[in-house]
Design a binder for this molecule. Structure first.
Ligand code: NAG
Length: 215
């Protein structure tokens, strides 16, 4: 009896672990059919007779993103939204351009581990472990260096060189998602009540009001 309970709880645990990642495909491919409004986990498969090479192809990742914005950075995503052949395959890409000093502010991908490669320039990157340690694990990367941001952890990047920088990331989801910390906390719609945030951050409400007006 005790053995059965142990076996059952191990089975339950392995199911929980497995469902933390995208399910394995059950066919060769399942090109996303964006015209079908049926709700499934991912997108409905296009009729395989209609599938063409273009559904598996994306062009333009050689084009630099426009970094003329307050953050000095630009993400060019290649997820299932841009490349329908990625549907059900559990992977995506992104190119990121950085002006000198440009940042990707602290953010997290709720569904993906990210593996970043520097193609040009120097980046300062890091992620923070969860409570209670909240340890910052950071490093200066040069061209050719690779760094991992584990799934769900808050991370950031900054161009610390004199010229432009470029990185390409692989992400372990067809739809990694992005939660930018400041936008979620100070820019939600509707706003989180300022007395909640004042208490959470242990500051005066007018500081919260000012932050909320910026996001
Ligand atoms: C880059 O973006 C800025 C701000 O939106 C815009 O003024 C500028 O024309 C853009 N540059 C190019 C090359 O598209």
């Amino acid at each position: 009896m005790a053995n059965h309970i142990l076996l059952l709880s191990l089975l339950a645990m392995s199911n929980i672990l497995a469902s933390a990642f995208e399910p394995s495909p059950l066919q060769d491919f399942c090109v996303a059919d964006f015209t079908n409004s049926a709700r499934v986990n991912g997108h409905v498969c296009m009729d395989s007779k209609l599938v063409q090479a273009d559904h598996f192809s994306f062009s333009g990742l050689h084009i630099a993103g426009n970094t003329s914005n307050p953050l000095g950075s630009k993400v060019t995503p290649v997820t299932v939204a841009q490349l329908p052949g990625l549907n059900t395959l559990g992977i995506a890409l992104a190119r990121i351009d950085y002006a000198p000093g440009g940042v990707i502010p602290p953010h997290t991908h709720p569904r993906a581990t990210e593996v970043l490669t520097v193609l040009e320039g120097s980046l300062f990157v890091g992620f923070v472990t969860s409570n209670p340690e909240n340890k910052l694990i950071s490093k200066v990367l040069q061209k050719g260096d690779v760094f991992i941001f584990p799934v769900g952890l808050v991370h950031f990047q900054q161009n610390i060189g004199y010229g432009n920088a470029v990185s390409v990331s692989a992400l372990s989801s067809q739809n990694p998602g992005i939660i930018t910390v400041a936008n979620a906390v100070f820019g939600s719609n509707p706003s989180i009540a300022n007395d909640v945030l004042a208490k959470a951050f242990q500051v005066d409400k007018n500081i919260i009001d000012r932050l909320q007006s910026q996001f």
